[in-house]
Structure formats: C-alpha cells, structure tokens
Design a protein around this ligand. Structure first.
Ligand code: NCD
Ligand code: ZN
Length: 347
C-alpha cells in the first residue's frame, strides 16, 4: 500500500481570493499551491490591466512572507472591454487569462456578457495573442432549468464561440456534468478545470435531509452519474483536465441566509481530499498530473520546480471547521469523511 507520495508543487487554476479583510483571512490557506489563476469577480470587477496589476499587489501584500504563491491575474470580460488594454496587459505579464461570465450567471457577475457578438473582436484579438478564455459555463436564460444550464451553454454559447474563433484557447471552468467531460474530450484547444468539491458531492448532499448551504455552489452539483463522470475525467490522465478548486469563501452569515451565496471554501483541505479521492479510484499515480502537470501544460508554463509530500497516517489530518475573517467566520468545506492524507510542505 502506498502511504507516501511526492508531487511537483500543485497549482490552482481557478481561485477566489476576494479583497480586504476576506483576502487577508483566506490568502495563506492557498499557500501550498505554486500558482493560482485569480478570479476577477470583485465588487466592482477587475476589468482593466491597471486594476489587475493593483489587485495582484494587494494579494502579494496579504500573503505571509514565507508563502511563495504566485497569483496569475485575469480580467473580467465585459461588452466594453478594450482589446488593446487586454493585449498590453498580457504582453506585460500582468494577466494570464480573461474570464467570461454570462451576465447574472453567478456571484458578482452582473457586469458579464449579454450579447456574445459584442465581444467577438476581443475574442479574435485574444486568439491572435494566445490569451486563454476562461468560461463560466452556464446560460442564464430563466427558462432553462438550473441543472441543465451547463449542457445548454455548451450548445448555445461555447460551441458557437469556438467555431467562430477556432484559434481561441478555452478553459471550461468547474465542469459539473458528463456533457462537459464529453465536449472537452472530443475537442482540441480546450481544457477544463474540475473542483475538489464536485468530485465529492452530488445534489443529494445539498438537498437531502435539510438544505446544506455550505454545499451550495455554482455551477450547482448535479446527479451522481455526473459526479462519477468527473471522477473518471480527473483520474483518467487526460491532460485536458486539471485542478481548479474554485475555492470561494463567503461569510457564514451570507451563506446561512434565506438567499444564500454560492461557493465552497476548499483551499485549506483540498490536497488531502484529492489524495483520498484518487486513492479510492486506484489512481494515486495520476494525482500529480491533475494537480501539478496538466494545468501548466495547457497554459504553456513549466511545472513548478519544487515538491510537496503527501503522507498517509493512521490519524486523520485536522483542519479548522471555520476560520475567522474580520468579524465574520467562513466555513471550511467538509468532505464528510476523515482525511488520512497529510500535506508536508516542504517535501
Ligand atoms: C463563485 C464566487 O463566490 O465568487 N461562486 C461559486 O459558487 N463558485 C463564483 C463562481 O465561480 O461561479
Ligand atoms: Zn469560481
């Protein structure tokens, strides 16, 4: 039985660090990652290169000195994004990707795109410059059932965008369905992030036996067959699938509410959970690909040079159930099983 595993330092290809007190509270919990793609859905959103640079500086200032996490910034695409600003920000090493939120799809996405034709010139410029587009893959049409929104997005938005701009590199973020897995598997120039929590929970975890706000995220977890499809994709070794935790902290008061926010805070225990998931699926030898190799390969970056070690012990690793954030608390994702894999950093 394998009880120790040394991996290239992992990266997180989809992370919400927020700003202000929340940023200060959560940033260090992503400290064992080498790099993270930072989501731009602040209030107001990060829409220019200058704002991305300023946000990067605030993140670096919030990290404890011993933490080497490198934030890879993104810009929030709007119908008025200036292609020249994007291109310059990418050329100057300020941004690594651009994020597409359909307007109203998720937390703080009101400034997102309504008319996809309006952003076509920006997408063309991005394809030319090799800037990846990260997509929140859900339509927002009120007539579409929330559990079908990812599948409809693929047909109605994603596939048309990719056909119109074939050179564009696209990341389908936080896929939650077998439809997402199948679409990515069947195509080139596309990758997908998979979150930790979507490998663990299905929609029953949210809804059976009382509503569990801390398991509510967007895209919402789907039925069990979809979770199993995500597990197969993550553990398959296919380079198009890689880790994006989508760790998305909210104050407990905002989640435990009559209109609770979407997002699971998985940064602290993600690596312990993933080791357990991959072990259960007999795929521990593919964990490094998923967490540390496939993402950099997609983004055209080298893997991290340094290593972390995961050690399986008889006693479970302990993580806080909550962390303080200013006057608030944030609940850490509870996978529902003990975590015997401990993270040792440095290796
Ligand atoms: C994210 C957030 O809170 O910013 N929430 C979530 O449920 N994942 C937004 C997002 O990535 O959809
Ligand atoms: Zn997210």
């Amino acid at each position: 039985m394998t009880n120790s595993l040394t991996l290239r330092r992992p990266d997180d290809w989809h992370l919400h660090l927020r700003d202000g007190e929340m940023l200060a509270a959560v940033a260090a919990y992503s400290g064992h990652f080498g790099r993270a793609i930072i989501m731009p859905n602040l209030v107001p959103p990060v829409v220019t290169g200058a704002q991305a640079a300023a946000y990067r500086d605030r993140i670096l200032a919030a990290l404890p000195p011993e933490v080497t996490l490198r934030p890879l910034m993104t810009i929030y695409l709007t119908e008025t994004t200036d292609p020249a600003d994007l291109i310059a920000a990418h050329r100057d090493g300020i941004i690594s990707a651009v994020k597409l939120y359909p307007a109203g799809a998720t937390t703080n996405s009101a400034s997102g795109v309504r008319d996809f034709d309006k952003v076509r010139p920006v997408l063309e410029a991005m394809a030319e410059a090799g800037i990846p587009l990260c997509t929140h893959g859900e339509v927002t049409d009120p007539a579409v059932d929330i559990f079908d929104r990812e599948a409809v997005f693929i047909d109605k938005v994603l596939d048309p965008i990719r056909r119109a701009t074939p050179g564009l590199r696209v990341v389908m973020e936080h896929i939650t369905t077998s439809d997402g897995v199948d679409y990515v598997s069947a195509n080139q120039n596309i990758g997908a992030t998979i979150t930790t929590h979507h490998l663990v929970i299905n929609r029953n975890h949210i809804l059976v036996g009382g509503i569990k706000p801390h398991y509510y995220c967007l895209p919402v977890a789907k039925r069990e067959s979809h979770r199993l499809a995500l597990r197969r994709a993550a553990t398959s070794g296919d380079q198009r699938f890689f880790l994006g935790t989508d760790s998305a902290p909210h104050p407990d008061r905002a989640k435990e509410s009559a209109c609770g926010c979407a997002g699971c805070f998985t940064a602290p225990n993600t690596m312990s959970i993933l080791a357990q998931v991959f072990e259960e699926d007999g795929a521990l030898d593919r964990l490094e690909g998923f967490t540390s190799l496939n993402g950099p390969a997609f983004y055209g970056l080298p893997a991290n040079e340094d290593m972390i070690r995961l050690v399986k012990r008889d006693t479970p690793a302990t993580y806080p159930t909550h962390i303080p954030a200013g006057d608030e608390t944030v609940t850490v994702f509870d996978p529902g099983f003990p975590l015997y894999w401990h993270v040792e950093d440095p290796a």
